[in-house]
Design a protein around this ligand. Structure first.
Ligand code: ADP
Ligand SMILES: N[C@@H](CCOP(=O)(O)O)C(=O)O
Length: 293
């Protein structure tokens, strides 16, 4: 069995813990029945991941597989990772969603994607990465009374993401701990209106308005100060025609939305100015987690 799961970009600026979308940058995990448990890790941060005392995927997979079957798992896991760690591209959500999905598949217990999202909440208590990692597309998610409610919209194929991945990681947990605990009413209103406009723009496919309405007053500017070059990244991307330019999740990656025809000039300008950063043009993913048996 092979499971593939996409990277995600959460928040989209003002939609803190609410908006997210999936990118066509996927981790792939092969799971093969075996006499003894074995792990092989290739790709992004493989050396770091190999050194960890416990593998996060195997831990979550084992917990669910044992619960579903009452048996110890006996599998070989082969990871081919493309999603960089702690760069705001939802690497932890990708692991969680893939591991729970894999456990249900290996145990041959039927499930719905809704169930996977709600189980994932036990590991990541904000739904803006786990929802698009599961469903793909542009997702709006709301957590209420410990349950995730969500709506998804397909992202048109004439759009691209131009992402800038700095060489510095930011831990999501640590950067959340540094957030202010209270906000002035005008800042809250700015985020509600901007986030609602982004949602309306994606659902009605009226993307031009994004250039004028995206602002965040809750988390983004403070987090950007950890990698000050990001202010210049945003300025260049918007100057070169990006529809919106926001911190991806808690950073350090910057996410730029563009029409297909504008993506290359944004990419070239960013690459030219930030030689140490990894700049990529990506398609969007509209499928979410996928299983091949
Ligand atoms: N492919 C992977 N395999 C195992 N663990 C992973 C993998 N990707 C991420 N993780 C775990 O998730 C952590 C990163 O989570 P986090 O700081 O929330 O970053 P991100 O913004 O990428 O989600 C890593 O330190 C590691 O513990
Ligand atoms: N809403 C969360 C999103 C974190 O995304 P990640 O990809 O950085 O894990 C937040 O802003 O903390």
């Amino acid at each position: 069995m092979v499971i593939t799961v996409p990277a995600t970009s959460a928040n989209l600026g003002p939609g803190f813990d609410t908006l997210g979308l999936a990118l066509n940058l996927r981790n792939e995990i092969e799971i093969i029945p075996s006499e003894k448990q074995e792990i092989e890790i290739y790709g992004e941060n493989a050396d770091f991941l190999k050194k960890l005392p416990r593998n996060y995927f195997v831990e979550i997979f084992t917990e669910h597989y044992k619960y579903l079957t009452d048996k110890e798992p006996k599998f070989k896991f082969k990871f081919n990772n493309k999603i960089p760690l702690s760069r705001g591209l939802g690497s932890s959500s990708a692991v969680i969603i893939a591991a729970i999905t894999a456990a249900y598949e290996a145990a041959q217990v039927p499930y719905k994607k809704d169930k996977i999202i709600n189980l994932a909440l036990n590991y990541e208590p904000h739904p803006d990465n786990i929802t698009p990692a599961t469903l793909g597309g542009f997702c709006v998610a709301k957590l209420r009374k410990n349950r995730v409610y969500f709506l998804k919209k397909f992202i048109p194929t004439y759009l691209r993401a131009v992402i800038v991945i700095p060489n510095r990681p930011i831990s999501t947990q640590r950067s959340r701990e540094a957030l202010k605990k209270t906000y002035p009413l005008k800042d809250v209103v700015a985020n509600i209106s901007s986030s609602s406009m982004i949602t309306a723009a994606f659902f009605s496919e009226k993307f031009d308005i994004l250039k004028y309405i995206v602002e965040d007053k809750i988390h983004q500017e403070n987090r950007m100060k950890l990698v000050p070059d990001l202010f210049k990244v945003r300025e260049i991307a918007l100057r070169e025609g990006a529809l919106m330019s926001t911190l991806s999740g808690s950073g350090s990656t910057f996410f730029n939305l563009a029409y297909k025809d504008d993506a290359y000039s944004i990419y070239a300008a960013l690459k030219d100015n930030f030689k140490d950063f990894n700049v990529k043009i990506l398609n969007f993913d509209n499928l979410g987690v996928k299983v091949y048996n």
